[in-house]
Design a protein around this ligand. Structure first.
Ligand code: FAD
Length: 470
């Protein structure tokens, strides 16, 4: 792995664009910047295919109207705004819902193996809080399928020489440098020019310099004891942005998923209720009749999660901790075809076969609606710094995300972020090529930041991640 060296000997890697995060957002953005001719690096603290997007189960929304005619992007937008408690940004919602059918078709053309109806059309299942069944899925392994597809697309582009993956590189800080050009209009006298990293494999320190940096670092679920999120979802992007002086938005809006497996809190997808699964308390009652008589188990997530918790708190749970999700009436064939992953999770982690017995479930933290404040062009307040996906808040989810809208957000806004970065790279608002900046001075800034890290590791004998973030 090459890279120019700074005076004290730290490698500095230079790329046009740095994308931090190799989940669906980061990979979809990278396809755009690579295709636009930009030298792009994707940095991830885990192998791209271990990014948390791989765990997404139930599916991705788009008003294709395959399950029920008459659906439209306007209905999708209405459901999204209503589900958000009317707190979503309606322009951003329009952008997402209008682009949804095209995004699904594009993924299909890229090679995603969506489940199909008998007539060959992409299958769609009902999810909570919506008027039409519009969640497209690949059994209950949708994220796995899409992530592999996007990764394959980028591997196929490696021969262009414009994409480099830095796997198991942990980003510790963003680097800013003064740029008089940025003063014009932006009100900031500095821009994001790179980041510092620890190579986790050999603990070496690396600097990266760039013209634009996209944070696509996912959520912060691991702040909570009970979470469906992977252990790597520690909110690094929000922390990196905040420490660079970039504001966060709507951080109080955290989603709790109604059905996580009791004990481990592994997600039991909403798709299980979408396929007809229902909830029972210790009196064998379908208690959702009391809370949402019309939509029952497919009420929005916040309502179902609160209802379950109320049943538990009022003594109608099991061991005062969980309720039951019953899938038995779906029958073996449907469970094996549509929910094979859920069956395995239940067997492996609770010793329960949902074909024969109900699954013990309880609510758990699931999704961060808030994040790094961005506009519809995914730019933050700091010139050169962009954010997209779960780490960002373009505000399509307001106070409550609808199931299936997050995978959609990653690919729609990942693509737009890549396009906006490419556009900004080539042209300033006046039509002139973006000023190159003082590369030497910027690299020195990156070098200075690494020197601080290096000093910390010398003092303590090992790099303490918490100290390294200052
Ligand atoms: C179990 C589960 C199931 C879900 N199912 C669905 C579903 O069916 N439908 C739906 O719409 N949504 C679903 N969601 C939500 C959805 O999966 C996520 O919101 C989405 O995948 C996030 O994608 P992302 O690209 O923003 O981030 P992620 O996929 O989380 O990727 C983050 C990337 O950032 C990298 N990274 C983070 N910090 C650093 C750092 N300091 N240095 C270097 N790299 C770093 C990571 O290595 C990773 O590559 C589900 C969520 C969970 C928890």
């Amino acid at each position: 792995m090459g890279g120019e060296e700074t005076e004290p000997g730290y490698p500095i890697h230079t790329h046009d664009v740095l994308i931090i995060g190799a989940g669906l957002t980061g990979l979809r953005a990278a396809i755009e910047t690579v295709d636009a001719g930009l030298d792009t690096a994707v940095i991830s603290k885990v192998h791209p295919l271990r990014s948390h997007s791989v765990a997404a189960q139930g599916g991705m929304n788009a008003a294709l109207g395959n399950a029920q005619a008459g659906d439209s992007w306007e209905d999708h937008a209405f459901d999204t705004v209503k589900g958000s408690d009317y707190l979503a940004d309606q322009d951003a919602v329009e952008l997402m819902c209008k682009n949804a059918p095209g995004a699904v078709i594009e993924l299909e053309h890229f090679g995603t193996v969506f489940s199909r109806f008998p007539d060959g059309k992409i299958a769609q299942r009902p999810f909570g809080g919506v008027m039409f069944p519009r969640t497209c899925y690949a059994a209950d392994r949708t994220g796995h399928n899409i992530l592999h597809t996007l990764y394959e697309q980028l591997v196929g582009r490696e021969k262009s020489g414009r994409i480099t993956f830095y796997e198991e590189f942990f980003v510790t800080s963003l680097v800013k440098a003064g740029d008089p050009a940025a003063e014009n209009g932006s009100g900031r006298n500095e821009r994001c020019v790179g980041c510092t990293c620890i190579n986790l494999a050999d603990r070496t320190l690396h600097g990266f310099s760039c013209r634009a940096l996209l944070l696509a670092t996912g959520g912060f679920g691991r702040l909570f004891t009970r979470s469906t999120n992977a252990l790597i979802n520690t909110g690094d992007g929000a922390s990196l942005a905040l420490r660079a002086g970039v504001p966060l938005k709507d951080m109080e809006f955290v989603q709790f998923h109604p059905t996580t497996l009791y004990g481990t809190n592994i997600l039991i997808t909403e798709g299980a209720r979408g396929e007809g699964g229902y909830l029972l308390n210790n009196k064998n009652e379908r208690f959702m009749e009391k809370y949402a008589p019309k939509s029952m188990e497919l009420a929005p997530r916040d309502i179902v999660a609160r209802s379950i918790q109320q049943e538990i708190d009022e003594g109608r749970g099991f061991d005062d901790k969980y309720v039951l999700l019953d899938l038995r009436h779906l029958g073996k064939d449907k469970i094996m075809e549509r929910l094979p992953g859920i069956r395995l999770i239940s067997l492996d982690f609770a010793g329960v076969d949902p074909i024969e017995a109900p699954i013990p479930v309880q609510p758990g933290q699931h999704y961060s609606m808030g994040g790094i404040a961005v506009g519809n062009n995914l730019a933050t307040e700091l010139p050169g710094l962009y954010a997209a996906g779960e780490c960002s808040c373009v505000s399509v989810h307001g106070a409550n995300r609808l199931g299936g809208n997050s995978l959609l957000e990653t690919v729609v806004f990942g693509k737009i972020a890549g396009q906006e970065i490419s556009r900004a790279f080539y042209f300033s608002s006046s039509g002139a090529r973006v000023r190159a900046g003082d590369k030497k001075a910027e690299d020195n800034k990156v070098g200075d930041k690494i020197a601080v890290l290096d000093k910390l590791s010398e003092d303590s004998g090992r790099i303490n991640q918490l100290l390294a973030r200052d």
